[in-house]
Write a protein that binds this ligand. Structure first.
Ligand code: HEM
Length: 447
């Protein structure tokens, strides 16, 4: 993004909102809660690609599925459009990148960028392969099982080792604690918080108890990093937090470290596992794709595997929205003028279903991404602009190595069963039946 593209001109005139949803407000809100995905598809069909809605928790919002408007939202200055409110920081702590704005956000992104790029990521490949093999050792042969749950364990363990630098007792305790906490936190993110102190047995009190347990485990991990005489050689993200400083020489506070680690886990664990679950669901229904993947897995190339991952992310987008919050008195979006306080929800899912960009969008076809590289503003599973997912390259490396390892060690049975339906797990969309597959161990692994 160039500096020129983020200079905003003052906007004059009152609000000029896009057409409102044709559903009465209450019914619209109910429909949104009952089935967000279907409601958005319906809104697009009946009211167009830019619609004014009122939805639970986020309030007044404009829903955007038009590629040009989405591009404008993603390239607008982050001083004009803040992160959506509420966001994950409400449950996981205000000190993470999700809760930061302006200079504080830029600084944190700068600190987060090195461990999630290029050479640093290579260092985590062995952890990914090891965790996949460990999980694969107990997989049943010749009978249907859900790929999603093992993928959840694999991606959790990878983050705990590569990001938290955990091993031994802490690794075990975090493994037990975090899935419960993140699942509860994700569910509560989209509910109204209680006005007063939460009741003793309420889910909010439970969340607070999980937090206390977590903080004491992070204390142990930080203390261990500080004691490590080889701290400079450590590759985990926590060590980087402990030893790095911002441009002004200050270091991350202990609270911010705890919040950020948790945010990385919440943002990176379920999303990656859900995409992998869909990958198994998709490739077992597309024999020609599977055949090409198997042939490629015998060697070192990963061109077709990456194209398949891109296509899974397009065809089965797990995060449906990237959201922003209007902070200026009036924001001009294309022909519309949107007042302060409105949310803008860019529908990633609808952008991926645009027949002008993706002919026959329902068809699953990795060849699309062999013929053309993903476009920054029409292939957006990781959102866009200054808030684009910091873990995108890490997630691609993980998915690539997990798929390669499974393909090398197992044959996957194909099926002509109908595709699994979409299930909303709170944050991510997963295959309803957990991405079921039937596998057989190869006598001799490929590669
Ligand atoms: C397939 C896997 C993943 C998907 C689909 C995904 C998707 C997203 C999306 C849609 C956003 C919001 C972007 C926006 O608002 O424009 C986001 C933000 C973020 N993601 Fe991911 N993500 C994935 C994996 C990961 C991983 C592995 C990590 C780290 C370990 C991670 C860390 C983050 C963080 C920290 C943010 C907040 C960035 C900010 O606010 O500046 N994500 N992700």
């Amino acid at each position: 993004m160039t500096e020129a593209s983020i200079i905003e001109l003052p906007v004059t005139g009152g609000p000029k909102l896009p057409p409102a949803s044709k559903l009465p407000r209450r019914l619209g809100a109910l429909a949104f809660v009952a089935s967000r995905r279907r409601t958005v598809i319906w809104l697009n069909r009946t009211s167009g690609r830019c619609v004014t809605v009122r939805i639970p928790v986020f309030g007044d919002a404009v829903l955007v599925s038009d590629p040009a408007l989405a591009k404008q939202v993603f390239t607008t200055s982050p001083d004009v459009l803040h992160n959506i409110q509420p966001n994950l920081s409400r449950m996981l702590g205000a000190g993470s990148v999700f809760g930061l704005e302006g200079a504080a956000h830029r600084q944190r992104r700068k600190l987060l960028t090195p461990p999630f790029h290029g050479r640093s990521i290579k260092a985590y490949e062995d952890i990914v392969e090891e965790e996949t093999r460990r999980e694969m050792a107990s997989w049943p042969e010749g009978m249907e099982f859900e790929s999603l749950e093992p993928m959840m364990r694999i991606t959790l363990n990878i983050i705990l080792r590569a990001v938290f630098g955990a091993d031994g007792t802490e690794l075990q305790q975090l493994r037990e604690l975090l899935p419960k906490w993140v699942t509860l936190g994700s569910r509560l993110t989209v509910l109204q918080s209680p006005k007063g102190p939460p009741g003793r047995f309420s889910p909010w009190a439970k969340l607070a108890a999980y937090r206390r347990e977590y903080e004491s485990l992070v204390d142990n991990l930080v203390a261990r990093v500080r004691r490590d005489p080889n701290i400079e050689d450590r590759t985990d993200v926590l060590s980087l937090f402990v030893r790095s400083t911002y441009d002004d020489g200050s270091a991350m506070t202990r609270t911010d470290i705890g919040d950020e680690l948790l945010a990385l886990l919440a943002a990176g664990h379920e999303t990656t596992a859900s995409t992998l679950g869909w990958a198994f669901e998709r490739i077992s229904r597309h024999p020609a794709v599977l055949e090409r993947l198997v042939a490629e897995a015998a060697g070192d190339d990963n061109t077709y595997r990456l194209a398949t991952i891109y296509e899974v992310q397009r065809n089965r987008t797990v995060i449906d929205f990237a959201g922003r919050h209007v902070t200026v008195p009036m924001y001009e979006l294309g022909q519309w003028r949107i007042p302060q306080g409105f949310s803008i929800l860019v529908s990633l899912l609808q952008l991926h279903s645009d027949p002008d960009v993706y002919p026959n969008p329902e068809r699953f076809d990795p060849q699309r991404f062999i013929d053309a590289k993903p476009n920054t503003f029409s292939w957006v599973p990781f959102g866009g602009g200054t808030r684009r997912c910091v873990g995108a390259a890490f997630a691609h490396m993980e998915m690539d190595i997990v798929l390669r390892t499974v393909l090398r060690h197992f044959t996957i049975e194909t099926t002509n069963a109908p595709g699994e339906k979409w299930h909303n797990r709170g944050v991510a969309f997963t295959p309803t039946k957990g991405g079921r597959v039937v596998l057989h161990r190869r006598a001799t692994p490929l590669g």
